[in-house]
Design a protein around this ligand. Structure first.
Ligand SMILES: [Zn+2]
Ligand SMILES: [Zn+2]
Length: 339
């Protein structure tokens, strides 16, 4: 079968590899039909040390068609369209049942599709003709009737990530004004703004130094505000930190009001010094960690099915399966590969 492969730093190509098969109970075999490029993917592909030399399968945000399931799998069957959690999780261990599916007790940390350089564990990528999905009942969520798979492709990771960055904060502080600080990982910041509007924030402001992000934020119904991340952007009860630059995080900390919540969806490659004394004195709650894909998928899919959240508004480029290798590193906010 064909597999989109990172063959070395900056090199994306189709490889012919052996197709997976069902190997045991609980599994499904799926054929990805729409796959979104995660914000992490260009970093993995372009980074020399991560890209390595052996090649690894790409793609982990996908809508899939179920091709076959093991005899004991209930709830999904061949022919169903489904979203697939990008993280592998069992759905029944203590952490999964507590909603912490990103750190399932039954698989190694970072057991994901399409991220072999991070986990050391090659489970195949969604830009392949077939993928073996363990724990299918927990990992697959059926696509609601009438919802376009291409619009949903990013939901299992970047949309869920944006959603959870505000969902808990707005549950604690219903109707709060929300500030989203975007200094990288553009689509996640935009999904956060969209989710905050869908979840009833009184206002959503996106602040960034990226004109593309600011323009898209306005199209989504948020207020756009340019910043160079120096002076703070006022004080807000609910703040999201989204990006890659420590200056952006410090700006977000400074823009959080006393007793406010700051949620970071950023992964920092370097250690960052935080003003913990100031945060302590002002009683700022700081949350950080990976999104729990399988646990959050049902509620995010329901929001999309209700028409309250439309991730396709953040999609900026759609290419065909055959064009994926050529376009995988294009400079665009959200690339989706469709069959
Ligand atoms: Zn991702
Ligand atoms: Zn588990």
């Amino acid at each position: 079968m064909r597999q989109l492969t990172c063959a070395g730093p900056g090199v994306v190509e189709w490889w012919e590899v052996e197709a997976p098969t069902l190997e045991g109970p609980g599994e499904a075999l799926v054929r990805p039909v729409a796959v979104a490029r995660c914000e992490l993917d260009p970093l993995l592909v372009l980074s020399g040390p991560l890209a390595g030399s052996e090649g690894f399968a790409l793609g982990h945000e996908a809508v899939v068609e179920v091709v076959a399931v093991a005899d004991d799998v209930r709830g999904v069957e061949a022919g169903d369209l489904a979203l697939c959690s990008f993280q592998v999780s069992c759905g029944v261990c203590g952490r999964c049942r507590a909603g912490a599916s990103a750190v399932c007790e039954r698989v190694p940390v970072l057991a994901d599709f399409g991220m072999q350089p991070l986990s050391g564990d090659e489970r195949g990528g969604m830009l392949s003709d077939l993928v073996r999905v363990p724990f299918a009942e927990a990992m697959l969520v059926k696509v609601p009737a009438g919802v376009d798979p291409v619009g949903l492709a990013s939901v299992p990771d970047n949309v869920v990530d944006g959603y959870r960055s505000v969902a808990g904060s707005l549950a604690d502080r219903p109707g709060a004004d929300v500030l989203v600080v975007v200094h990288g990982n553009r689509s996640i910041g935009l999904y956060a703004a969209q989710s905050a509007l869908a979840l009833g924030a009184s206002s959503v402001t996106v602040t960034s130094d990226d004109p593309v992000v600011l323009e898209m934020a306005e199209q989504l119904g948020a207020t756009a505000r340019t910043t160079g991340f120096g002076r703070r952007s006022g004080r807000w009860p609910v703040v999201v930190d989204c990006g890659t630059r420590p200056a952006g995080l410090l700006h977000a900390v400074d823009s959080t009001e006393s007793a406010g919540i700051l949620h970071s969806v950023s992964y920092y490659l370097e250690d960052v010094v935080l003003p913990l004394g100031k945060m302590y004195t002002r009683g700022i709650t700081f949350e950080i960690g990976r999104a729990h894909s399988a646990a959050l998928l049902p509620e995010v899919v329901a929001l999309v099915a209700d028409g309250r959240l439309d991730p396709s508004m953040v999609t900026t480029q759609i290419v065909s399966w055959d064009e994926a290798a050529e376009h995988y590193l294009d400079d665009t906010v959200k690339l989706v590969v469709g069959r």
